[in-house]
Design a binder for this molecule. Structure first.
Ligand SMILES: Cc1cc2nc3c(=O)[nH]c(=O)nc-3n(C[C@H](O)[C@H](O)[C@H](O)COP(=O)(O)OP(=O)(O)OC[C@H]3O[C@@H](n4cnc5c(N)ncnc54)[C@H](O)[C@@H]3O)c2cc1C
Length: 292
């Protein structure tokens, strides 16, 4: 099936677009996290979203979820790791699945921290963002994993089943693999790195990572498990201004059928702005589909 639209991101921008596209009877693939937005969830008190008075982020998320449920909106809880143009549609890789959509809305939030030196250069040549898709390539090999969020730890477990040795650097404390822990798997295959990864390098393929204390660790591959992937890495050819996606007032990007909304298009990083842009993008998408 080719969806009318794939919305990447379940924060306020993605939700607003999903509601409006649903009202226009468009077929939607809505990809992202089932908690909708960690940023909103973590806001202690929101005072500037009209109609809500003072509301905690977690209460606003509950209201968003109720609204999504009432509209019959379903989330496909997957990270999109790559998007490729396919003529008059786009192909999206998420987990081990591939989806097709006529239009795209990037509502991915503010760009994640910059990748490691060498990361983009070695993407597909030893650097991967998807354990399910590429894990099997590293059976019996030595890999490193950067884990940006505890909710991806099951992917490390999976990689540890396949690989011979797994070096893990987690960007958080706690969890099974957190940087302050000393837990390794029962087979002793995982090694917790104490220093952050600075660089990935190699010749034709990845051969090592370098840590911030200049330790060199030989590896066959590096998995980067993050909450978000920089838009330019996700979709080649997308025009950016620094870390932000360039859009016009219709929320169109430079690529045909591709729209962006919310924090990913620039400051101010605000819920109301994200909701407004999601709304505009949805209307632009409806017009684009009608013209097609
Ligand atoms: C502590 C804190 C307090 C704040 N307080 C306020 C406030 O009081 N008022 C206010 O207006 N704003 C506030 N904000 C800002 C507000 O939370 C953001 O502006 C808003 O959440 C942006 O919405 P968004 O939809 O653009 O992105 P986000 O809410 O960041 O959502 C993006 C979503 O996209 C998902 N995603 C990203 N990449 C991918 C991918 N490749 N595949 C699948 N999913 C992906 C992410 O997991 C996330 O779920 C606050 C933020 C923080 C951190």
């Amino acid at each position: 099936m080719t969806y009318d639209t794939a919305i990447i991101g379940t924060g306020p921008a993605g939700l607003s677009a999903a509601i409006n596209l649903k009202l226009h009877n468009k077929t939607i693939l809505w990809l992202g996290a089932s908690n909708l937005s960690t940023k909103v969830e973590k806001s202690e008190k929101i005072a500037n979203y009209p109609g809500m008075g003072y509301i905690s982020g977690s209460d606003l998320i509950e209201k968003f979820k109720t609204h999504a449920d009432e509209m019959g909106l379903e989330i496909t809880e997957q990270m999109v790791t790559a998007i490729m143009p396919g003529g008059d549609f786009y192909m999206l890789s998420a987990g081990s699945d591939v989806y097709m959509a006529k239009t795209l809305l990037l509502a991915v939030g503010a760009a994640a921290a910059k990748g490691f030196d060498g990361e983009e250069e070695f993407l597909g040549r030893g650097v991967s963002y998807c354990a399910t898709c590429d894990g099997f390539l590293y059976k019996g090999k030595t890999i490193a994993v950067f884990c940006g969020d505890e909710r991806f730890e099951h992917e490390i477990d999976y990689l540890a089943e396949l690989a011979d040795t797994v070096y893990v650097y987690a960007a958080y404390d706690g969890g099974k693999y957190g940087r302050n822990g000393n837990k390794t798997d029962e087979a002793g295959k995982t090694v917790i790195l104490r220093k952050p990864i600075k660089k990935v390098s190699g010749t034709m393929k990845v051969s090592e990572i370098v840590l911030t204390d200049d330790t060199h660790v030989s590896i066959d591959g590096l998995f980067c498990l993050r909450n978000a992937i920089a838009p330019a890495t996700l979709l080649k050819g997308l025009e950016l201004d620094g870390a932000h996606i360039i859009v016009n007032r219709a929320m169109e990007t430079n690529l045909p059928g591709v729209y962006a909304a919310g924090d990913c298009t620039g400051r101010p990083y605000q819920i109301a702005k994200s909701v407004g842009e999601g709304n505009i993008a949805a209307h632009s998408i409806v017009e684009y589909l009608a013209e097609k």
